[in-house]
Design a protein. Structure first.
Length: 411
């Protein structure tokens, strides 16, 4: 039998024993990727909550696998005890998702009475459901072990019937509320792009969880009416649950991962933008910033900034304040915006200071007010970007020198 010849139901049946390990592996990989950040930033409640949620989702798929179900049943000596255990994990996961969305949307610092009341209701409600699941299982008579179809096999068994219905309704309730909160949140203005995409993944994931619940409930109701739609529970629901779990995991991870990648990109971009000014300062100092092979991008940026400022500070003694003012006016005359004009003027001033220092290692004594060094030391990024545009710098410098010659001729 080839894969192409299999019907969807036969395909699921063929791979059912190992089917649940696919999302488990993806969730384990996501948790492993997130773990270093969780350990490093352990005091961040949102990171801890996301880590706990991924761990809980991983536990659901590990314990729902038929091989794990059989092992748990055998170790405890109680047939089908995996059922309330897996249902408890699934119920806890639904409640934890709801709690995380409430906290995430309102912010970890929100301690309003409304938020605290909502969180207490979620904790109390889902804890009560979990307790009821175990009470109903203790009352039920389920001697025949079922690894795949326990929901439909015991659909008409007293107490077990109520147990199955309770966990499905609890899961449906959490999925409905969470989905409603997510899509309302998506429609708000001013959301970060990574957060918006993460919420969209979550919205689709929770919508699929509702499809999972609908398939399970339909199969259950069919059993109550002496009809056989078990394939909805055993062949349709499992792949939907796997896809939903993956999308939910991506939705919770994406905003954090996106923020991390964006911050890393900004650091690398800032490091690269400082290269022209850094190379110029190396010609002044005769050396460069200390380099460590395993230094983080943040540390390399700090070292480059420190080196530039440490080299620039004594160089400013050679800066010509009048040249800087003329360069700024020249840049404005050439049509540059004020911020760009200031950066070009600073670049012209620093280049002139380097040349002046090469001609005379010691600055001439000058009783006039010295140049303002604050902007030159602070705006090193803008100045370095200006140095990349050599034609603009030369044009501003030429016009500033022409302005100086014009003033001298008029005098």
């Amino acid at each position: 039998m080839t894969f192409l010849a299999l019907t969807p139901a036969e395909f699921v049946n063929e791979f059912y024993p190992s089917f649940w390990w696919i999302p488990a592996g993806i969730l384990a990989a996501a948790l492993a990727l997130k773990l270093p950040s969780i350990i490093r930033l352990w005091k961040d409640p949102m990171l801890r909550a996301v880590g706990g949620l991924l761990l809980l989702a991983l536990a659901v798929f590990v314990f729902v696998a038929p091989s794990t179900i059989a092992r748990v049943n055998r170790l405890t000596g109680v047939p089908n005890i995996s059922a309330p255990w897996v249902y408890s994990l699934l119920t806890a996961f639904g409640g934890a998702c709801l709690l995380l969305i409430i906290t995430w949307r309102n912010g970890p610092s929100d301690r309003s009475a409304r938020t605290r009341r909502a969180m207490r209701l979620v904790v109390a409600g889902y804890a009560g459901v979990i307790a009821a699941l175990w009470v109903l299982f203790a009352l039920a008579d389920v001697p025949v072990e079922r690894l795949r179809d326990i929901d439909t096999y015991y659909a008409n068994t007293p107490y077990m019937r109520e147990l199955i219905l309770l966990y499905l309704l609890a899961h449906t309730n959490s999925s409905l509320i969470t989905n409603w909160l997510i899509w309302n949140w998506i429609r708000t203005d001013g959301l970060d792009a990574w957060l918006r995409w993460g919420l969209k993944f979550l919205g689709v994931g929770y919508a699929l969880q509702l499809v999972f619940d609908a398939a399970k409930l339909t199969a259950l109701v069919a059993r109550w009416n002496d009809r056989d739609l078990d394939w909805l529970s055993t062949a349709v629901a499992p792949p939907i649950a796997c896809l939903a779990a993956i999308l939910v995991a991506v939705g919770f991870i994406l905003p954090h991962a996106g923020q991390y990648l964006r911050d890393r990109w900004r650091v690398r971009l800032a490091h690269r933008e400082l290269r022209p000014l850094y190379l110029l300062m190396r010609t002044v100092s005769g050396g460069g910033a200390s380099f460590a092979l395993r230094a983080t991008p943040e540390l390399r940026l700090v070292r480059r900034e420190t080196f530039i400022r440490d080299t620039l500070l004594p160089l400013i003694r050679f800066a010509d304040r009048d040249l800087r003012r003329r360069s700024y006016d020249a840049a404005l005359d050439l049509g540059f915006a004020p911020d760009r004009a200031r950066a070009l003027a600073a670049a012209v001033t620093i280049l002139d200071a380097v040349e002046t220092r090469e001609r005379a290692p010691e600055p001439e004594a000058d009783d006039s007010e010295g140049p303002d060094t604050t902007d030159l030391l602070r705006e090193i990024g803008a100045t370095s970007r200006a140095l990349r545009q050599g034609d603009d710098v030369r044009a501003v410098r030429a016009r500033a020198e022409a302005m100086a010659d014009g003033v001298a001729a008029a005098g």
